[in-house]
Write a protein that binds this ligand. Structure first.
Ligand code: ADP
Ligand code: MG
Length: 616
């Protein structure tokens, strides 16, 4: 538990140990704590300044690194050495981001299949290094404000972050000297802050709509008796205010021609576009000058260029409602989070979609950090009347025979979660088993994202079907997966923490969900075919073995008809015809089961006789 003392001379807080809540944003980051006196969450800020710390890093000539407000001015004067939106690169490869990297003014290493790195001078920085620099700055500022060492934190991530991105965030914390006690989802954190002030006896269903600079998240939750239960979550890790800015830049570039370098234009215009966007939140016309030309944009034109972007968020809202099994009118409150929800068109469209007035009781900039501070307080054991039940955004499963996805934990499962299932070998004496872990919604693993693969080795020799390999998935409260495989008869065991090398792009996530709906019929057909084939292949193998073993106990006619039926089945397999495979499987079964039973009976009788003799 945090021990707290107030320094009477300065009036500042002095705490021996405190767990802070950190919103590590794409655009802005901030730190919050539970105020020791008021017991309410507060965002930390220096006198007369904002609590928001821009997530910008400038690398100066003599290795002088500045972060936050001081770094922001270099976006124009020294763009090649000024890194922004590093969070967008977390857990991604160059392949993942290459189509979206044009708006970045700094250099990215274009090694296709490796995790992205940023080059500054001749030094390479990973997104983890960059996030760590931001976290270090936040830690320093927080320590300065509360005059206490800060070593423990709860950090928020977009709900749609996958394992790689969560791991990367955790690693960044570690690098910054922070013990990251928990990673929580941003919209869930926001709901905690929203629910903090509620009467604990109240029951409410809320939607948290979070549109920041780089990501969009929507979560549907239920709050009842202090229990926060997430029903569903949806979103896009590549959608936000940055896209509004880019749309405005495109609008200007298409209406004007400028001399000089395109990249410089984009960089300067990007900042002007952001200025325009903010200005238009409360005015009708924005005018500025660039290269001696007047450029302008009206509220109407602005709304026209950003409308398609906002529509994408509405599509996510629909999916989230569908997954939660709720209708629009069953949502009691819409909580708006993130700087981009200040755009009037966003408010209008969201309000129109849910057919409801929006809730504006929370500060859209601070609410996520405040929620992280509440979660920190829950972990410290101070807040005991609130409980968070979060979920995982995508299904997790294993590859089984024929490349099928066997889902162990469906998407929107409560976390922490555990699931296990037993598998067996399909070859006699098989000593190893490949365990391939996938994330996604499609029926065939090739359409999903592979997270990890490992081999369970050292299974003692046993006939096919005898080993019992139990594979269990454990998603901890951070949403990070641990996979364990154990052969139960021998106790052979192996386990890995899933550290995927590649992140999912927003398109991947979106595509995975869309594909799973679009291809539902195709997938079902393919699944049925694969299952039929697997069954047929197994029957062929066992019949083959049976024939070899019991050749002498069979009549010639039996052997011939069986061989013919086997050939017919093999032929149907080659033709990939599901119905034919099923028919031929049945036929072979019909032919072989009578004599298989007869031989079994004979064997049993022999054994019984033997038994009698023995027991006499
Ligand atoms: P993140 O969570 O990605 O760090 P924030 O929630 O801090 O982002 O939101 C940042 C985004 O909000 C930026 O794209 C910024 O331009 C936008 N924004 C901030 N204030 C306004 C405003 N008044 N009108 C429109 N957009 C705004
Ligand atoms: Mg945010």
């Amino acid at each position: 538990m945090a021990k707290i003392a107030i320094n009477i001379a300065t009036g500042s807080l002095q705490q021996e140990e405190i767990i802070v809540g950190i919103d590590l944003g794409t655009t802005n980051s901030l730190v919050a704590i539970i105020h020791p006196e008021s017991k309410k969450p507060v965002a930390l800020k220096e006198h007369n300044s904002s609590s928001l710390v821009p997530s910008v890093i400038h690398f100066g000539k003599n290795a002088g690194i500045t972060v936050g407000n001081d770094a922001k001015q270099y976006l124009v004067s020294d763009p090649a050495n000024t890194i922004f939106s590093a969070k967008r690169l977390m857990g991604k490869t160059y392949n993942d981001i290459k189509n979206n990297s044009t708006s970045l003014a700094y250099k990215i290493i274009d090694d296709e299949n490796k995790l992205v790195k940023v080059q500054v001078g001749d030094i390479f920085y990973s997104p983890v290094d960059l996030s760590a620099l931001i976290l270090k700055e936040l830690k320093k500022q927080a320590e300065h404000i509360i005059k206490t060492p800060v070593t423990k934190a709860v950090i928020t991530v977009p709900a749609y972050f996958n394992d790689a991105q969560r791991q990367a965030t955790r690693d960044a914390g570690k690098l910054a000297g922070l013990d990251v006690l928990r990673i929580i989802n941003e919209p869930t954190a926001a709901s905690l802050a929203y629910g903090f002030g509620l009467n604990k006896a109240e029951t409410k269903t809320i939607a948290v709509y979070d549109l920041g600079g780089g990501t969009f998240d929507i979560s549907i939750l239920n709050i009842a008796g202090g229990v926060f239960e997430v029903f569903s979550t949806n979103g896009d890790t590549y959608l936000g205010g940055d896209d509004f800015d880019a749309a405005v830049v495109d609008y200007w570039l298409s209406a004007n021609t400028f001399t000089g370098e395109a990249l410089t234009h984009r960089q300067v215009l990007r900042l002007k576009a952001e200025e325009a966007k903010k200005y238009l939140s409360s005015n009708e016309l924005f005018k500025t000058e660039y290269e001696g030309k007047e450029i302008s944009i009206s509220r109407e034109s602005f709304e026209a260029v950003v409308k398609p972007i906002v529509e994408r968020t509405i599509a996510s809202c629909k999916n989230a409602l569908k997954d939660a099994g709720l209708k629009k009118n069953e949502v009691d409150e819409i909580v708006m989070v993130g700087g981009s929800t200040r755009v009037p068109l966003v408010k209008e469209m969201v309000s129109a979609f849910f057919e409801k007035k929006l809730n504006d009781t929370v500060d859209p900039d601070e609410v996520v950090a405040l929620g992280a501070a509440i979660q920190a307080d829950i972990l410290a054991g101070n807040t005991t009347d609130m409980l968070l039940l979060d979920i995982t955004p995508l299904s997790l499963g294993l590859e089984t025979m024929g490349g099928l996805m066997d889902v162990l934990l469906p998407r929107n499962s409560k976390i922490p979660a555990r699931a296990s299932r037993q598998y067996t070998t399909y070859k006699d004496g098989q000593s190893g088993m490949k365990i391939a872990v996938y994330q996604g919604e499609r029926d065939m693993v090739k359409d999903n994202r592979r997270l990890a693969e490992f081999n369970l080795t050292g299974i003692p020799g046993m006939p096919a079907g005898m080993p019992k390999v139990e594979i269990s998935f454990l998603i901890n409260a951070d949403g990070i997966l641990v996979v364990n495989a154990k052969e139960l008869r021998s106790g052979v065991e192996q386990s890995i923490e899933v550290k995927p090398q590649y992140g999912l792009t927003d398109e991947d996530v979106e595509k995975m969900l869309l594909d799973s709906m679009e291809h539902a019929k195709e997938d079902m057909d393919l699944r049925a075919l694969t299952e039929a084939k697997t069954e047929a292949e197994q029957l062929l193998q066992t019949t083959e073995k049976f024939l070899q073993k019991n050749f002498e106990s069979l009549t010639k006619a039996e052997v011939t008809t069986t061989s013919l039926a086997m050939q017919a089945l093999q032929l149907s397999l080659d033709m990939n015809d599901k119905n034919l495979i099923q028919t031929k499987t049945e036929e072979l079964n019909d032919i072989s089961s009578p004599y298989a039973e007869r031989i079994m009976d004979e064997a049993v009788q022999k054994a019984m006789k033997g038994n009698k003799i023995d027991s006499l």
